[in-house]
Design a protein around this ligand. Structure first.
Ligand SMILES: Cc1ncc(COP(=O)(O)O)c(C=O)c1O
Length: 357
C-alpha cells in the first residue's frame, strides 16, 4: 500500500505575500504561494507534491467539466496564542470528503495523504495565516475528474489539489433571508449531502433572484412539500425556540456541516437543551407570533456563525432581536474561537496542531 509520510516541497522563488493587504481580505480573493497536487491513475493516488500555486494545463475534454465529477471541502486554520497553527476538525472534513467522493463515484483520498498533505502545506505557507481576530486561513481541498474523454462515463483519472486563502469576516451585518418555496436545492436521494460542485451551480439562480429582491440568502425547503427547512444557502441553520436550540435533522438533502456538528456538541457544554428535528415553516411563523423564536443563525466554516435579522415567510418579513453578547450564538461563537486559538481547553480534540518552529 502506498503511504504518504513525507511529501516533497518545491518552494516558489517569488513569494506574493508582501503584496497582500491583510487588513482588507476579501473572501477567497488571494491564494497563498503553494498548493498540494496529487494524481490518481491506474487505481491509485501517486506522487503528491507541494508546488508553487499556479495554472494547470488541462484538456477541455476532462470529464469533470462535462459531467460534474468535482467535489471539494472548505476548512480553516487559525493562528494560536502560542504561535502554532490549528487546523479545525481535519478528520471530520476528511470523512465528509470521502462521503462526497463515494456519492460521485470518485476514489477516496487516503487519510494520511489528506492529513500529511494539508499539514505540510500549512507548514510551508504558515506566514499566510492571518493573525487578527475574525481572520483565518481558508483551506480548499478539491478533487476532480481529469480524464480527457467525451463519452458519458465515470472517470478513471483524478486530481487532488489543496489551495489556501487568507480570509477575514464573511458577512458584515446580520442577514435577511427568504424562505424559498419555488426552487429546490436538493431532493432526498440526490446529492445534497455531498459537497459536489453541481449543488452550488444549481443554487445560483434562486440565490441571485433573492438578492435582487433584497435578501442575502435563501432558506432552502424540502423538495416534496416546501414545508420543512433544510438549510441556508451555504450554511446550516439553527434557531433558539422556546429556550431550546433546534436545527433541522440531517437528511440526504442536507450537508452535514462541521460547524453545525461542533455547535451541537458545544450546546451540551453550554447547558442549552438542543433538538435535531424537522423544522417547518409553520414552526417558525408560530415562534415569531408567540415571541418564542428568539434567535436564528447560519452555521458554516466561512461565516462561522452568521446572525439572521429577518426571515421572509410567504412574502412577509419577520424580525428577530439583535443577538447581544449573552445570546447563545455569540457565546458559542466566542467558545469556538477560544478553542481554536488555544485560549480554552480543546476538550473534544478538534484542533490539529501544526507546530511552527
Ligand atoms: C450547502 C452548505 N451547507 C452547509 C455548510 C456548512 O458546512 P461546514 O460547517 O462544514 O462548513 C456549507 C459550507 O460548507 C455548505 O456549502
Amino acid at each position: 500500500m502506498t503511504t504518504f509520510a513525507s511529501i516533497p516541497v518545491k518552494k516558489t522563488s517569488q513569494s506574493r505575500l508582501s503584496d497582500i493587504d491583510f487588513t482588507k481580505l476579501e473572501f477567497g480573493k488571494y491564494i497563498a504561494d503553494h498548493m498540494l497536487v496529487a494524481d490518481y491513475k491506474n487505481g491509485q493516488w501517486h506522487a503528491p507534491e507541494i508546488v508553487p500555486y499556479g495554472d494547470l494545463k488541462m484538456s477541455p475534454a476532462i470529464l469533470s467539466l462535462h459531467y460534474g465529477q468535482a467535489v471539494f471541502e472548505g476548512m480553516k486554520a487559525y493562528k494560536m496564542k502560542d504561535g502554532n497553527i490549528s487546523i479545525f476538525r481535519i478528520h471530520k472534513h476528511h470523512e465528509r470528503l470521502n462521503k462526497s467522493l463515494a456519492r460521485m463515484c470518485m476514489p477516496e483520498v487516503p487519510h494520511d495523504l489528506f492529513v500529511q498533505g494539508l499539514t505540510a502545506l500549512v507548514e510551508t505557507d504558515h506566514d499566510w495565516v492571518p493573525r487578527t481576530e475574525g481572520s483565518s486561513l481558508y483551506i480548499r481541498p478539491l478533487v476532480f475528474a481529469s480524464e480527457a474523454r467525451l463519452g458519458v462515463k465515470v472517470s478513471d483519472e483524478y486530481k487532488f489539489i489543496i489551495m489556501t486563502s487568507p480570509v477575514g469576516p464573511y458577512y458584515s451585518k446580520p442577514l435577511r433571508v427568504k424562505v424559498e418555496e419555488h426552487y429546490v436545492r436538493a431532493a432526498e436521494g440526490g446529492t445534497g449531502f455531498a459537497k459536489c460542485a453541481g449543488n452550488y451551480g444549481g443554487a445560483f439562480l434562486p440565490t441571485q433572484q433573492a438578492r435582487e429582491q433584497g435578501f442575502d440568502q435563501v432558506l432552502w425547503t424540502d423538495a416534496k412539500e416546501h414545508h420543512y427547512i433544510d438549510e441556508a444557502g451555504t450554511m446550516n441553520v439553527m434557531f433558539v425556540l422556546d429556550g431550546k436550540l433546534i436545527t433541522p435533522k440531517l437528511t440526504s438533502a442536507i450537508l452535514d456541516g462541521v460547524t453545525r456538528d461542533s455547535i451541537i456538541t458545544l450546546s451540551h457544554d453550554l447547558g442549552l437543551p438542543m433538538e435535531e428535528r424537522r423544522v417547518s415553516i409553520s414552526d417558525l411563523a408560530e415562534g415569531f407570533n408567540s415571541g418564542k423564536l428568539t434567535e436564528a443563525f447560519g452555521a458554516g466554516t466561512a461565516a462561522v456563525v452568521a446572525p439572521i435579522a429577518t426571515i421572509n415567510i410567504h412574502g412577509k418579513d419577520y424580525q428577530l432581536p439583535q443577538a447581544g453578547a449573552t445570546s447563545f450564538q455569540q457565546q458559542v461563537k466566542q467558545k469556538l474561537h477560544n478553542i481554536r486559538i488555544g485560549a480554552e481547553a480543546d476538550e473534544h480534540q478538534w484542533n490539529h496542531i501544526v507546530r511552527i518552529a
